[in-house]
Design a binder for this molecule. Structure first.
Ligand SMILES: NC(=O)c1ccc[n+]([C@@H]2O[C@H](COP(=O)([O-])OP(=O)(O)OC[C@H]3O[C@@H](n4cnc5c(N)ncnc54)[C@H](OP(=O)(O)O)[C@@H]3O)[C@@H](O)[C@H]2O)c1
Length: 329
């Protein structure tokens, strides 16, 4: 039996779909059914249910976007840092292995490896170098200290709380810390990176690693199924793309009835288009590959999602919040 926390959310629903596809017995828990953010309730629930694995897909990424976390600070800190700590404690005390959705957005930029060595590049310089010599642009590994965090400011409040959670729970018990990039797939919904860039008035051109959502959840579950060592894993589709390249793919494949405009530069974007700084980063997935988990190259995953845009009907997770055993102490 697997316990899925945050099952009603964007990531949680994707996990529920994949668990169902694999015919796992699982409980998709929501706070409405049981307030799993309360340590005593959660501990008691886990102690009685004895799940073989817990997935934490709960958190607060901001609605409609990360800017909302700048004002909803209490909720952001509570959901992204304190809740993982609570789950970590309950899992350690019950010896329950678990997985937590962290984020790649605790980094900014990428590594530029060229004579005479390695340096961090970001912003317009990264865009220029990536366009000219993408083979010299490398991602951050799990051993690199987050550089978009409270410890390495500036960062946005959301990223700060995600990096703090990693610091608090890594190494405590049997836990996977799964780091996705911006998620996308073929379903037209506002959390999907491909939906977002098609619906912005103007697009910001960053260089990023991305995660095809269904590939991501499959890879997370594969790590656990194959009993890969616990720890932090970058979980993006291999490679990196600029948003301009993705827009070109959208234009080529979907042939939308509009012209896309880009922000002139960072200054204009942050003056008119965004409140909080954005991470825009490239991740290295060698550790995942060494663990035997293969995700499709990002270009292939993007092409596939766009070719199947909206073909797959929106998932209706009808079983969410049903059949939730309620233990009273
Ligand atoms: N979406 C992204 O672009 C993205 C990218 C990278 C990482 N992540 C991470 O993935 C996790 C899930 O994100 P998501 O996009 O699926 O978010 P979401 O759609 O907003 O869902 C998150 C779920 O968390 C639960 N939750 C528990 N405590 C909460 C609180 N205090 N405030 C708000 N929600 C709370 C809610 O479920 P119930 O109330 O029903 O239990 C909610 O449905 C987060 O940790 C996020 O940082 C997301």
């Amino acid at each position: 039996m697997i316990l899925l926390l945050g099952a009603s959310g964007y990531m949680g629903q994707a996990f529920a779909t994949e668990l169902r596809r694999r015919r796992y017995s699982f409980i998709p828990l929501t706070r409405k059914a049981i307030d799993y953010t309360d340590f005593d309730l959660l501990f008691d629930y886990i102690r009685k249910l004895k799940p073989e694995f817990i997935i934490n897909a709960a958190g607060y990424p901001g609605r409609p976007n990360v800017d909302a976390c700048e004002t909803a600070r209490e909720e952001t800190l509570f959901a992204n840092t304190l809740l993982p700590q609570t789950i970590s404690r309950a899992c350690s005390m019950t010896s329950t292995p678990w997985g937590h959705i962290s984020s790649g957005c605790i980094y900014r930029g990428a590594k530029w490896i060229d004579d005479p060595g390695t340096r961090i590049v970001e912003g317009p310089e990264l865009r220029r170098l990536f366009a000219a010599s993408p083979e010299k642009v490398f991602g951050y590994t799990e051993w690199d200290e987050p550089n978009f965090s409270f410890r390495n400011a500036p960062c946005n409040f959301y990223s700060g709380t995600k990096a703090l959670a990693e610091e608090a729970i890594r190494g405590a018990g049997e836990v996977y810390l799964w780091r996705p990039g911006m998620p996308f797939n073929g379903r037209s919904e506002p959390r999907n990176f491909l939906w977002r860039i098609q619906n912005y008035a103007r697009v910001f051109d960053g260089v990023n690693s991305l995660s095809q959502l269904d590939d991501f959840v499959r890879a997370c579950l594969d790590l656990w199924e194959r009993q890969a060592p616990f720890g932090i894993y970058n979980m993006t589709n291999p490679g990196a793309v600029s948003t301009r390249q993705v827009i070109e793919m959208v234009e080529r494949i979907l042939k939308p009835n509009r012209r896309f405009e880009f922000w002139e530069n960072e200054e204009e974007f942050y003056r008119h288009g965004a409140k909080a700084p954005r991470s825009n980063c490239v991740l290295d997935v060698s550790k995942l590959l060494v663990a035997g988990i293969k995700m499709r190259p990002v270009e292939e995953a993007l092409e596939d999602s766009l070719r199947n845009w909206n073909v797959a009907a929106l998932r209706a997770d009808n079983s969410t919040a049903r059949n939730v055993p309620s233990f009273s102490s």
